[in-house]
Design a protein around this ligand. Structure first.
Ligand SMILES: [Zn+2]
Length: 846
């Protein structure tokens, strides 16, 4: 039975062994011609390697499900279900430097010497398919023409872009031009043809605006939401509002900011620096919620943070007092978005709306009114999809209008226990390219830290507005579908108001014709994202990927990537779940897994092998453990969580990149009772990987997660020891499980108490004690939150506590605790699932 942890460790070791060592002893992985046709390191290894772009985008940005694509659709079909596709995350941020996998986007054509002259001339594209310049264009006629690697058309080199070729046929300036050397690069795109919609008619493109819309209804005020948000923005906004260097290299430019409050009407604020105090303008006409601003406020709605600092401070201080005694309990949402949209479009601005919202918009007569339609009894039944699908088309249409106008929406749902119809409201971030956050039973004293950090991360992670993205592929291959939200406007084309850094789409590819029988001719994929940056300047970010082609099934299996495959299959299955119900979605996933493994056994394993032996393809060894975890995850079958939580998880899984989906379905479980690592011989001596949570970490408090080398162990209760302490995280939530016999020394140094019974389990942060163990564990927690770009709430769990069964649910190799309740055999342990898969493979072959 393949152990997930061993497979992950082997993958890292294999890449460490084959990768070149830098002078500092760090391992490098090069994406480019040297590795064409081979799958990239697994997502778990990427963090530990320094990744270098040598002509192909790093797997962080584009991760193929198959690095060797089949030459015919028949060959693809004969694999029994392997997916041909890409996970594309164009705005994924650079990994923290020093923790490995550091990536950066080279900017070309910014007027530097040798970097091109800047301006539109530096954007060179194929005359026929409009593909952007890449290392895969062939230079002809001494450099006067180039042949497109995508469509084969020949384009004259613009005079200003001409360079001579060297003896090998490469341009002599290739080393200085990112677009000729790298898989990923950016170019300024100032030309009018690179703007979208009406924005091409405005002469100026001001910096984008970020508008904070704060709910001030009774529930928001009484849960502490209003005061918390105002206070946090007042103190911290200048610190976390992102900025970028304008193309003149002289100035740092930040987006402009705006504020509005709402309950059953919308209150705009004029914060023009020329005023002595903020002016409020109330929109109560909900049918036609135009922004009252027009000329009157266009100069005062979106303002520069520093110029209007005093007014912003006054406003944020006054809001909580102003609404302290509110009795308004019904709220609106649609008109808030519509009025903001009007305000943006009237001044030709793009940007983001951050909604800090409490619940169901029930206000009579307001567009977008939603009804209470929750019926938890339906969850887990075949009728659940009616509950989990959005109701009506108002929010979808509104989200598309926002996307058209360059407005992204981040939605923070801060409800009390009541139903908020996340299934419907979630379309706003899903389609506009924003982020979604939800807090159940929100109270500012228990969720304050979490909301504040998520708000900071969401705002600081948004660097791209008014986006349009296109995937181009070599002739013979095209995009058949895109999963993961956004406004899909054509084959391989999507549009969005914004593109949050952590968003990824799964692109499915299909054959249009048979590919050439030529090993030397790669299949290319290019993702071009046009967007407006923080300073208001238009750019294009280009990612290129070269894949090998093959006529052999075995090569496809050798080049398969389990992380990308499952990310794609999950996104497709969630769509299916809404259409056809949970049973069909889960069955489809399992039978696809069985199909893929059966075809491997039938065509790629020598005839002499015993049928009694389960033989899995090396690259897909983890498919069974992952698929079993997926079908019993809360996103796919959570019947004992709220309807809103279920919708929330389904949206998150649909928007995730391959790293996030991997950790969500197979959580990281790490022993931490050895922190700080001791050099003394340990009292435990089991031979399993659980024996020692910590490798050869240095005894330094300042080590980061990788240097600490905290090892992951298998997600099974068998691995837990009563004298141990374990941290589990899945990218959304985090648990610290304390065994009943944890040493008092450890407890004293981390919790300041000497027995497990005295640990306060209601705390969501660890006590700040000045001991090495306390510092290291808190650092580990911080590091995980930073890495996941989300504030994972920490639950401290002891054996027998009320949250323990929730924690045990994440030990995905075990049989699900609610197995009998959920029925249908979807809660089996990894062993049972694997036995079943084996049985099915045998019966198919038999
Ligand atoms: Zn072309």
């Amino acid at each position: 039975m393949p152990s997930a942890v061993h497979v992950l460790e082997d993958d890292l070791r294999r890449f460490q062994a084959s990768a070149s060592l830098s002078s500092s002893g760090t391992c490098h992985y090069e994406s480019g011609p040297a590795n064409i046709g081979r799958p990239p390191p697994l997502v778990t290894s990427v963090d530990r390697l320094i990744m270098t772009d040598c002509g192909s985008s790093l797997p962080t940005f584009m991760r193929p499900t198959l690095s060797s694509v089949p030459r015919t659709s028949d060959l693809l079909k004969s694999s029994g279900g392997l997916a041909m596709g890409l996970i594309v995350a164009p705005m994924m941020p650079a990994t923290k430097s020093g923790s490995g996998g550091s990536v950066s986007i080279a900017t070309s054509g910014l007027g530097g010497s040798g970097g091109g002259g800047g301006g539109e001339d530096s954007i060179v594209r194929c005359i026929r398919c409009r593909a952007y310049m890449s290392p895969y264009m062939a230079w002809l006629d001494g450099g006067r023409r180039f042949q497109c690697g995508f469509c084969g058309a020949r384009t004259d080199t613009p005079q200003s872009y001409f360079a001579h070729l060297d003896q090998t046929g490469c341009r002599v300036d290739a080393a200085y031009r990112p677009e000729l050397r790298l898989g990923s690069y950016e170019l300024p795109a100032p030309g009018l043809e690179y703007r979208r919609g009406d924005r091409a008619t405005f002469n100026e493109s001001p910096p984008p605006g970020i508008v904070f819309a704060i709910d001030v209804s009774y529930r928001a005020v009484h849960s502490g939401l209003t005061a918390l948000v105002c206070d946090h923005l007042r103190r911290r906004l200048p610190a976390f509002l992102p900025s970028e260097t304008a193309p003149d290299w002289q100035t740092q430019v930040s987006p402009r900011v705006g504020f509005l409050t709402y309950d059953r009407s919308v209150h705009f604020y004029n914060l023009s620096a020329s005023l002595s105090q903020p002016q409020s303008l109330i929109v109560s006409d909900l049918e036609e919620p135009f922004a009252p601003l027009g000329a009157a406020i266009s100069g005062g709605f979106l303002v520069d943070l520093s110029s209007s600092a005093t007014l912003i401070d006054q406003l944020l201080e006054s809001i909580p007092q102003q609404f302290a005694d509110t009795a308004v309990s019904d709220i609106i949402l649609g008109p808030v978005v519509e009025a903001t949209l009007d305000a943006f479009t009237s001044c030709g601005s793009v940007g983001k709306l951050v909604l800090l919202h409490t619940g169901l918009p029930t206000c009579e007569s307001a567009p977008g009114k939603l009804l209470q339609r929750d019926n938890r009894k339906l969850l887990g039944t075949e009728k659940e999809s009616s509950l989990l699908s959005p109701v009506g088309d108002y929010y979808e249409a509104l989200a598309k209008r926002c996307s058209d106008s360059g407005l992204g929406v981040d939605l923070f749902v801060c409800t009390d226990a009541a139903y908020a119809d996340v299934a419907t409201l979630g379309q706003l971030p899903f389609i506009t390219g924003g982020s979604l956050y939800k807090y159940a039973s929100f109270r500012s004293d228990t969720h304050g830290n979490q909301l504040a950090s998520d708000l900071e991360l969401a705002v600081s992670n948004c660097l791209a507005f008014d986006c349009s993205m296109r995937i181009r592929t070599s002739a013979g291959i095209s995009c058949s579908d895109i999963h993961g939200g956004f406004n899909i406007v054509g084959e391989g084309i999507l549009e969005a108001g914004a593109f949050s850094s952590d968003r990824a789409v799964a692109v499915e590819l299909r054959h249009d014709s048979k590919l050439a029988d030529d090993d030397a001719e790669p299949v290319l994929a290019q993702c071009a994202l046009l967007y407006t940056g923080l300073s208001g300047h238009r750019r294009v970010r280009v990612h290129n990927l070269a894949l090998a082609t093959t006529g052999q099934l075995a090569d496809m299996y050798r080049s398969a990537d389990v992380d990308a495959t499952l990310n794609l299959l999950v996104k497709a299955a969630l769509k299916l779940l809404l259409k056809k119900g949970p049973l069909e979605a889960r069955s489809a996933l399992v039978s696809r897994c069985v199909g893929i493994l059966t075809a491997y056994r039938r065509h790629c394993v020598s005839a002499g092998s015993s049928m009694g032996q389960l033989i899995l393809p090396e690259t897909l060894k983890l498919m069974p453990v992952y698929v079993n975890a997926i079908v019993k995850s809360d996103a796919f079958q959570g019947a004992d969580i709220s309807t809103d939580d279920r919708s929330y998880l389904m949206y998150l899984c649909s928007m995730m990149d391959a790293v996030a989906s991997n950790v969500y379905f197979y959580p990281r479980l790490m022993p931490v009772h050895h922190l700080p690592p001791s050099r003394e011989a340990d009292d435990e001596s089991d031979s399993d990987e659980a024996q020692d949570g910590v490798g050869d970490g240095k005894e330094s408090d300042s080590a980061d997660l990788c240097e600490l080398n905290v090892k992951q162990i298998r997600c099974s209760v068998d691995r837990l020891k009563q004298n141990g302490v374990y941290l589990l995280e899945n990218g959304i939530v985090m648990f610290l499980w304390l065994g009943s016999k944890v040493s008092s020394t450890w407890l004293l140094s981390v919790f300041g108490v000497n027995s497990v019974a005295n640990v306060r389990c209601d705390q969501t942060e660890l006590p700040r004690l000045d001991t090495p163990a306390s510092r290291l564990i808190r650092r580990l927690v911080d590091e995980i939150r930073l890495r996941r770009r989300r504030h994972l709430r920490l639950y401290i769990v002891r054996p027998g506590d009320k949250f323990e069964s929730w924690f045990l649910n994440f030990l995905v190799e075990d049989r699900a605790s609610d197995f009998s309740a959920s029925g249908e055999g979807w809660g089996s342990s990894y062993v049972d699932f694997l036995l079943n898969v084996h049985k099915e493979i045998r019966s198919k072959l038999g």
